[in-house]
Every structure is written in structure tokens, then in C-alpha cells.
Design a protein around this ligand. Structure first.
Ligand code: LRH
Ligand code: MN
Ligand code: MN
Length: 388
């Protein structure tokens, strides 16, 4: 284990990445949703699949739910079921993007009746958090407009603030609200929470229990995401990450697949800003597996995050600082690149075995027979999907 010191390994041991329940359901583009044999038919089966990811990696101890996709009669029962499988229920995601009433907005709508309906949905989500023991309510809003002049941009910000205040007031104890931003889609002219600045302004106006959620796929191409990470950590307002990767827009592909170097740079700033293994900063995946198998897709994802975290942890901070201070541009860049190009995979494999984990979690899952079993067992019923 030459490349990874005991201190680095200890830090890695504390790493936790939450899985999204919807990653285990079917999803697709607007052209076609391919079904996959063995896909879960209800939230219980999604949690059972998520527990497999944690079993072979010890990296994913919680599962985020999406309401209403994961609606059940008995949330305490769902929680107990998850705990029996060694995982907890995590972030509760609200949904105001699949209801006709929200065609022109939800929390920002001109009509107070529609706004109240959207607020009530969030209050119901907090009731669910009480039962599941979840800490975070994550809000992503699909609100915006398609044409200049269609909407009163300023009035919508004011109404958004008023609606969020009512939701925020219902939080108790350790509960938090995280507000996700996204620069476009489904609206194409303006979006009400398009960027980190708007999310920051809105959550700062609420109070300490409101934070920003940064989804790596929600930026314009070329955006320096690690700069945003640095700034939000500096401001104490980075509440959570939704990790995924993208080639074009909000692709929701496997994190680290499109641009591993970007993931490394983000994790480097997380470490630099004290965000790693910091309870204030939650790490989550927000991905869909449209053509690949879903459980291995999630295993690959958490391993990618772990591998890039390890590389970011071995950056020689003293050498980097010295080069920065002395203005040695190439030396500073070389320090960073040396860590990025170090293959830590053999060291991680060896370390996993010392912890009673499989050296190769992908191979261990493939050999476990779980995939074959769910493909044989889960016949009949309706497969869960993104939006169902
Ligand atoms: C839409 C989105 C968003 C949410 C998720 C549930 O863009 O991907 O990132 O977190 O749906
Ligand atoms: Mn997201
Ligand atoms: Mn998204």
C-alpha cells in the first residue's frame, strides 16, 4: 500500500455517498425507456438493490427517496426494512414537476391556491422525514418560462421566497432544506433557480438550516464547477452534492465517466475547503442507468468517487503551497497532475481486503448471483421508473 498513508485510509474509511432510489428504476430519454429484467417494482425492492451496493463497497450507507415516486403507507416500516439491510433512509426529494397544476409554476405560481398546494406537498415531505429519520429535504424546481415577457421574473423571486419561508418554518431539530439549481430545462428562456448565486440568495434569506445543493450536471458547458464548490464552502452554504457526469446537458451519466479530471478537481476543492467527511456536506449520486445494468452502474459510480477522492487526498499540499507562493506555475500544476495520474486502484483493492470487503466490488457483485436472482424473481407487477 505504498501510495496511501494510514491518514489517507482513515479519511477514506469515513466516506459516505448516498444513492438515489430512482437510479434503480427504469428511465430514459423522451424517445424510449428501455426496461431491464429484474428492475424493482416498489420502494422496498429499490432499497434491497441499493443495499447490495453498500454490501460490496461499504461506501453507500443511505438511500434517498423521491416523493411521490417512493410513496408507501408505512414509512417507519420502510425505514426498519432498510435498517435490516444495513442502510438508512436519506434525503427526501420533493416533486413539483409532474402535475398539470404546475404548468406555469409551483412555489412561484401567480395563483395562491396553486402555491399553497405546492407548499403543502413540501410539508408532507417533512412529515415523511419525521417518520424516516431523514435530515434533508431537497428541492429542485422545474419552474421558469419559455418566452421573453411570458413571466414576471422579479415577482416570481419574491413569491419563491415567501413559499420557501413557509416550508422552512416547518423544519424541526436537525432537519435542513437544500435548494438545487439548474441553468435550464424544462424551461428554456428563464429558470427561477438557475445558478448557485440565486440558490445562495434564497437560502441565505431563510437561515442556517437552508443550504445550496450543487448538481454537477446542472451547469453550462465549460463552467468551472470547482470554483463554485470553493466559494460555497467558503460561505458555509454547500449543503449537498448531486454527482453525475455529462457530455452535453443534464445527462445523468455515471459520475467520473465523462470527465474524471473534473471530478478530481472538485474533490480537491472539497478537501481544501474542509468539506470531506463534514456532516454539513452531503454527497449523493443523481443518476439514471438507461442502457447499463443499474446495480453495477451504482457500484462503478461510488468507486469512481472513492478513487478520485484518494487521488485528491495524496496531493502534496506543502509542495503545492510552496510552488504557489513562489509563483512557480509549472511546478504547482505538476504537483496536482502527479496526484491525478497516480493509479491508486491496486492500493484501494488491497485496503478493501484488509477491511473484509471484496478487492474488486464489481466482480464480487457479478459473482454473487443477486442479479440472476432478481431477474428470475421479479416477474409480474409494474417495474418502477423515473416518474412512476
Ligand atoms: C432534474 C433532476 C434534478 C433532481 C432529480 C430528481 O434535473 O435530475 O437534478 O435532483 O431530477
Ligand atoms: Mn439533481
Ligand atoms: Mn438533473
Amino acid at each position: 500500500m505504498s501510495t496511501l498513508s494510514p491518514a489517507v485510509l482513515q479519511t477514506l474509511e469515513g466516506q459516505a455517498i448516498e444513492l438515489p432510489s430512482w437510479a434503480f428504476g427504469n428511465s430514459g430519454t423522451r424517445f424510449k425507456v428501455f426496461t431491464t429484467p429484474g428492475t424493482p417494482r416498489d420502494p422496498f425492492e429499490k432499497i434491497a438493490d441499493a443495499a447490495q451496493v453498500n454490501r460490496v463497497t461499504a461506501l453507500a450507507p443511505s438511500v434517498a427517496l423521491h416523493i411521490p415516486w417512493d410513496k408507501v403507507d408505512d414509512y417507519a416500516g420502510l425505514r426498519a426494512y432498510a435498517q435490516d439491510l444495513g442502510v438508512e433512509l436519506g434525503t427526501i426529494n420533493s416533486n413539483t414537476f409532474q402535475d398539470d397544476d404546475y404548468k406555469f409554476g409551483a412555489l412561484t405560481h401567480e395563483d395562491p391556491v396553486v402555491r399553497q398546494k405546492a407548499i403543502d406537498h413540501h410539508l408532507e415531505c417533512i412529515d415523511i422525514m419525521d417518520a424516516t429519520g431523514s435530515r434533508d429535504l431537497k428541492i429542485w424546481l422545474a419552474e421558469g418560462s419559455n418566452y421573453p415577457g411570458q413571466a414576471d421574473l422579479r415577482g416570481r423571486q419574491d413569491r419563491l421566497h415567501e413559499s420557501l419561508e413557509k416550508i422552512y418554518a416547518r423544519l424541526t431539530g436537525e432537519q435542513r432544506l437544500v435548494l438545487e439549481y439548474k441553468f435550464f430545462e424544462p424551461s428554456f428562456y428563464h429558470t427561477d433557480v438557475p445558478d448557485w448565486g440565486t440558490s445562495y440568495v434564497q437560502v441565505a434569506a431563510l437561515g442556517d438550516k437552508a443550504m445550496v445543493c450543487l448538481d454537477t450536471g446542472h451547469h453550462a458547458p465549460g463552467t468551472n464547477i470547482e470554483f463554485i464548490v470553493m466559494q460555497l464552502l467558503r460561505l458555509g452554504k454547500l449543503g449537498s452534492f448531486d454527482f453525475n457526469s455529462r457530455f452535453y446537458a443534464d445527462d445523468d451519466l455515471i459520475v467520473g465517466a465523462a470527465d474524471p479530471f473534473q471530478l478530481f478537481r472538485i474533490l480537491f476543492e472539497v478537501i481544501r475547503g474542509g468539506g470531506l467527511n463534514n456532516p454539513d456536506v452531503a454527497f449523493m449520486l443523481d443518476q439514471c442507468h438507461n442502457v447499463e445494468k443499474k446495480i453495477p452502474g451504482q457500484i462503478r459510480s461510488v468507486l469512481n468517487v472513492q478513487e478520485m477522492t484518494a487521488r485528491a487526498l495524496i496531493v502534496d499540499q506543502d509542495a503545492l503551497r510552496a510552488a504557489q507562493v513562489s509563483g512557480d506555475v509549472l511546478a504547482a500544476n505538476a504537483v496536482l497532475m502527479d496526484a491525478f495520474y497516480t493509479d491508486i486502484r491496486p492500493a484501494l483493492a488491497e485496503w478493501r481486503e484488509t477491511r473484509g470487503l471484496p478487492a474488486d466490488p464489481m466482480a464480487a457483485f457479478a459473482a454473487s448471483g443477486y442479479q440472476e436472482k432478481i431477474e428470475a424473481d421479479r416477474v409480474g407487477g409494474v417495474q418502477a421508473g423515473w416518474g412512476a
